[in-house]
Ligand binder design. Structure first.
Ligand SMILES: [Zn+2]
Length: 82
């Protein structure tokens, strides 16, 4: 039952796209996760992402504590400066 309902909601979302553009929705911050490659060209099993604003690359698990560059709008949001 609930799956049918969510389908209907999705259809409504397409109609209200203009409202979404005006809403302060968070823009994408991180690039798609990339597999980390070791010096031999083999995947290490870890993944990293790149900040789309200041281009720093961090492990996928370190996004919340990443140290962004001062020019990045996300600088200081890591919560470790205080
Ligand atoms: Zn950044």
């Amino acid at each position: 039952m609930s799956s049918n309902d969510s389908r209907r909601e999705n259809a409504n979302d397409a109609d209200s796209r203009t409202t979404l553009e005006n809403a302060p929705v968070a823009e994408p911050i991180w690039s798609e996760p990339k597999a980390e490659i070791d010096q031999y060209g083999r995947p290490t099993g870890n993944h990293w992402v790149r900040c789309l604003h200041c281009k720093i690359a961090v492990g996928t698990g370190d996004k919340d504590t990443a140290s962004h560059k001062q020019t990045c709008p996300l600088a200081g949001t890591g919560g470790i400066d205080e």
